[in-house]
Design a protein around this ligand. Structure first.
Ligand SMILES: [Zn+2]
Length: 356
């Protein structure tokens, strides 16, 4: 018995003696680096993987693959601050529309045979995935609305109607009351939330539709292109001067150009051209770069940061419609199209290319 104890002590003393040489690596290495070294240099037989467990936080090495008693535990570092390109950046995301129960009132839905979806749901799930990608890279992210079927205005449309019944007496259909009176309040609430957050930049996420179903393209907007009747009130004139003085226009252009290019690359869908006959563009917008247009929308004007207002893809283009309606993945447990993740990755790539 005594001999066993001495051998046991000898064994443990050898193990402990080795530790100081390995302990110096505590909190210095990342999970990614170890995974690469194991795979590229160290593991010949797959059975060796039974000797260790690698998570984001720890590397646990066992003395035997059977007993799995830890012989050495290395505490890892999370992705280092220098690797995280967006550390300290504040980014606001506005998923366009409300979706869900409001899809008919806001008239933003596709129902094409068995292919059914609504834009407000697509934008919300895309923003949710983009938020995850940005936070992993160190950014602090604001979403202007909290769920599908929700806007940013504190009252729902129904609650607002109860407090403002006069809108019911003008014989307008509910959809027009929603779009003409409630929606502008929601737009202001979105801009206010974003401006209080004081972001480094903002993204407004939309999916596009076209008058015909034979085209598919991407398009992004930045602020600008005021028309003569758009400086009548003081707020509009203030925003005009802010844009003239602040430098946000050039930053919005650079960000939006990167996002437009990333959309082409990630979605393999081209940028809009004059041949796509987007009839409103010549009358309301200024072409700044291919696919990047200045346009005086409520949110391009009211948001006080560099921004990109994205109109990705044409939802009613048959092939795109099929892709967007295919529920082949999920985001936060909600079944959806993997196309949404590709759109989020396009915005993410565009942002990363703008800060490097
Ligand atoms: Zn939209």
């Amino acid at each position: 018995m005594k001999t066993v104890l001495i051998y046991a002590l000898l064994f443990f003393s050898t193990l402990f003696a080795a530790e100081p040489h390995l302990d110096k690596y505590q909190h210095t290495l990342s999970s990614t680096l170890l995974a690469e070294r194991l795979q590229k240099y160290l593991i010949k037989d797959p059975q060796l993987k039974e000797y260790y467990e690698l998570t984001d936080k720890t590397f646990t090495f066992y003395s035997s693959p059977v007993e799995k008693s830890p012989e050495f535990i290395l505490h890892l570092i999370q992705k280092s601050e220098s690797e995280r390109k967006l550390t300290g950046k504040k980014i606001a995301l506005d998923p366009g529309h409300c979706g869900g129960c409001y899809k008919y009132l806001e008239q933003r839905f596709i129902e094409n045979g068995e292919h059914k979806f609504d834009e407000g749901t697509l934008t919300f799930l895309t923003a949710l995935h983009l938020k995850d990608l940005l936070e992993r890279e160190g950014a602090t992210v604001l979403l202007t609305r909290e769920g599908i079927g929700k806007g940013a205005y504190p009252e729902s449309f129904e609650q607002w109607l109860v407090h403002n019944p006069e809108y019911l007496y003008n014989n307008l259909p509910p959809s027009q009351i929603f779009r003409k009176y409630y929606n502008p309040l929601d737009m202001c609430a979105r801009a206010e939330k974003i401006n209080q957050f004081e972001p480094d930049f903002s993204l407004i996420l939309h999916f596009n539709a076209h008058s015909t179903d034979d085209k598919n393209f991407n398009l992004v907007f930045i602020p600008g292109a005021f028309k003569k009747e758009e400086l009548l009130n003081r707020e509009e004139r203030y925003e005009f001067l802010r844009l003239l003085f602040s430098g946000d226009l050039e930053l919005s252009e650079a960000l939006s150009e990167n996002i437009a290019q990333a959309m082409v690359e990630k979605l393999t869908v081209p940028l809009v051209t004059s041949e796509d006959l987007v009839t409103y563009l010549p009358s309301v917008a200024l072409e700044i770069k291919p696919g990047v247009y200045a346009r005086n929308l409520c949110l391009t004007r009211k948001i006080h940061s560099p921004l990109c207002y994205g109109e990705s893809l044409i939802q009613n283009y048959p092939e795109e419609c099929r892709k967007l309606a295919t529920l082949d993945t999920e985001i936060h447990g909600i079944p959806c199209s993997s196309r949404l993740k590709e759109v989020a990755e396009a915005y993410f790539l565009g942002i990363k290319n703008s800060v490097s």
